[in-house]
Design a binder for this molecule. Structure first.
Ligand SMILES: [Zn+2]
Ligand SMILES: [Zn+2]
Length: 358
């Protein structure tokens, strides 16, 4: 983020004694109507139409309020111009922040307001306005907290649902087994891929390529600026420009190509299995076309899978299936009693690792 300091303008303030509004922070150190000194706590930013520029402004620091007599003095004054007291530990004028603006200030003014009837009327009117604004703000805050609260509850709820388990007793009702032999065939292949993603295989050749979008990249695309007002604390403020570089997506193109070659590809499986202990597990018969040769349409074995499942019955006839090593699987008796951890929310999901023989 880059910053640029711009022009200086007068803050505005309201006289608390005669009620004159929109007095100028630098020009009117005293109320031109009643002569009361400017209270720095009553300063606020003017509206866009009422801005008054300050030419050749010399900043000497935020104003100081004399602790002895309450006189408002310039930031570089060492002694009070009214009573001569030293200003070493004088109170610095409060700085108005841009988003806080007038409303919050008026609220504070009211709480420490004086005793005059005129003043009170002024602030009563002011308070009504503030009251409305405050209620609006509180409503917005309450909504934000409510939304955050609901989101937090949902996250906790999901975590509990996923993690909370209870132990249940289950009975063995059956066995299953299955075995599979995977067979590959040596084939010609054609495949589309990026020019630098060479597929594996024999005699792989890159053919025709076309340009195609592969990704996007971020490129700078001008600046986004907003103006912020900074209270100088001496009855003036300056406008500061905050700028941020914007970015846009730009497509990145690359060569998308046709590749050809020869390789082993999955062709078929020889499967065996039963939903019982018998027949005992066995591998299927495999006969491979021109076995041992690396030429088109010849076959080879590509791997074997096997699984041995014990079926359990739980509460409300729920069924659970858990895998076992083959040696253990064939010794698990029907009707034997076990315990297992089951999710409380989704009772159909059992944690097979927690199985224990009773
Ligand atoms: Zn006045
Ligand atoms: Zn003084």
């Amino acid at each position: 983020m880059s910053q640029q300091s711009g022009k200086t303008y007068e803050m505005q303030w309201d006289c608390q004694f005669c009620g004159t509004k929109k007095l100028l922070g630098k020009t009117h150190r005293f109320c031109p109507n009643c002569g009361a000194p400017q209270n720095p706590d009553s300063r606020y930013f003017p509206s866009e139409e009422e801005k008054v520029a300050v030419q050749d402004h010399v900043f000497v620091g935020a104003d100081k309020t004399c602790k002895a007599c309450g006189e408002l003095n310039a930031g570089n004054a060492e002694f009070c111009q009214q009573c001569g007291a030293p200003l070493t530990d004088a109170a610095q004028a409060k700085i108005v922040t841009d988003d806080q603006k007038i409303d919050a200030q008026a609220g504070e003014q009211f709480s420490s307001s004086g005793s005059r009837d005129v003043v009170k009327e002024q602030f009563d009117a002011e308070m009504e306005r503030v009251g409305v604004t405050k209620r609006k703000n509180q409503g917005a805050n309450w909504q934000v907290f409510a939304i955050i609260g609901v989101i937090a509850l949902v996250i906790v709820g999901i975590a509990v649902a996923l993690l909370w388990k209870q132990e249940v007793t289950v009975l063995v009702t059956g066995h299953e087994w299955s075995r599979e032999i995977r067979i590959e065939e040596y084939r010609n292949f054609t495949e589309q891929n990026w020019h630098d993603n060479r597929p594996f295989g024999d005699d792989v050749i890159r053919g025709v390529c076309v340009e195609k979008q592969r990704s996007t990249r971020q490129v700078p695309d001008g600046q986004e600026c907003r103006t912020r007002r900074v209270d100088n604390g001496d009855g003036t403020y300056r406008e500061v420009e905050d700028c941020q570089t914007k970015y846009r997506d730009e497509p990145v193109y690359d060569d998308w190509c046709t590749w050809t070659g020869r390789r082993w590809e999955y062709e078929r499986s020889v499967s065996t299995g039963a939903q019982a202990l018998t027949p005992a597990p066995y591998w299927g018969e495999v006969s491979l076309r021109c076995a041992g040769q690396r030429s088109i349409s010849c076959e080879q074995e590509a791997g074997r899978n096997e699984s041995y499942i014990v079926i359990f019955k739980g509460d409300e006839n729920r069924q659970y299936k858990c895998p076992f090593p083959q040696a253990e699987w064939q010794t698990v008796p029907i009707e034997s009693s076990w315990t297992v951890q089951v999710r409380v929310v989704d009772a159909n999901a059992a944690d097979c690792d927690s199985l224990k023989r009773k």
